[in-house]
Ligand binder design. Structure first.
Ligand code: SF4
Ligand code: SF4
Ligand code: FES
Length: 233
């Protein structure tokens, strides 16, 4: 089996025995038997930590879950700075969780959570911050400050939580470089190893924003110069 690995922009070709193992196992084999300088990230080896995401033939996958085929082209994630070979710097991408205020603000007295209410954001809670959706998102070609799919999904996870005490603050946090900059292309959906659909969560955030008095800035000028005023909560 032949594997093409894009290392710092150059293609390296490795030949390994056919295997039913994962891409991560093959990368480990190459590193231990052929090329100790090959760099890649990994942790749990069981699709939990999110550290091993790469692109294969242009699609984002977890190396510890993907079964490689001969001829595969393996590359680092897009939209993030390259450190070396398949290792990328996720610092800026992860900082968008802070921009999106993606954490819980709890009231003094917590309301009871019914099973139905708990189910609303069960899937979003499973995000492993692998960055696959961030890499697949085309918006970064034109806006490097876009808050991005996983931080917006995380924002919706808290906005939709019946225990959240600062929904208005969280919605306000994603108006600039956030929900209205998404093209709803859906590229972030099929690459998510956790079955999360950031596009749908962004759509929900748009609906919630409309309810709270915000509107898509692209359409704000259609009011013939009318002043829609500040959002009212
Ligand atoms: S749906 Fe939005 S967040 Fe997802 S990839 Fe497309 S532009 Fe990016
Ligand atoms: S939403 Fe999915 S693809 Fe995006 S970071 Fe979370 S687990 Fe990874
Ligand atoms: S090594 Fe942890 S998700 Fe792949």
């Amino acid at each position: 089996m032949t594997l093409h690995i894009i290392r710092n922009g150059e293609k390296s070709v490795y030949t390994v025995a056919e295997t039913d193992g994962t891409l991560l196992q093959v990368l480990n084999e190459i590193k231990t038997t052929q090329d100790a300088s090959l760099s890649f990230a990994s942790g749990c080896r069981s699709s939990v930590c999110g550290s091993c995401a790469v692109r294969v033939n242009g699609k984002e996958v977890l190396a510890c879950a993907y079964k490689p085929q001969s001829g595969d082209v393996v590359e680092p994630l897009k939209n993030v700075p390259l450190i070396r070979d398949l290792v990328v710097d996720m610092e800026k991408a992860l900082s968008f969780n802070k921009v999106a205020k993606s954490w819980a603000v709890s009231p003094e007295i917590l309301p009871a959570v019914t099973p139905d209410a708990a189910e609303i954001n069960e899937v979003q809670s499973d995000c492993i911050l692998c960055g696959a959706c961030y890499s697949a998102c085309p918006v970064y070609a034109v806006n490097s400050e876009f808050i991005g799919p996983f931080a917006l999904t995380r924002n919706w996870r808290y906005v939709s939580d019946v225990r959240e005490d600062d929904v208005a603050g969280k919605i306000a946090a994603v108006q600039t470089n956030g929900i209205w900059d998404c093209t709803l292309c859906g590229e972030c959906v099929p690459v998510c190893p956790q079955g999360i659909a950031p596009k749908s969560d962004i759509d929900m955030l748009r609906n919630k924003s409309n309810v709270l008095g915000y509107m898509d800035p692209k359409y704000a000028s259609f009011g013939g110069g009318l002043d829609f005023g500040a959002p009212s909560f």
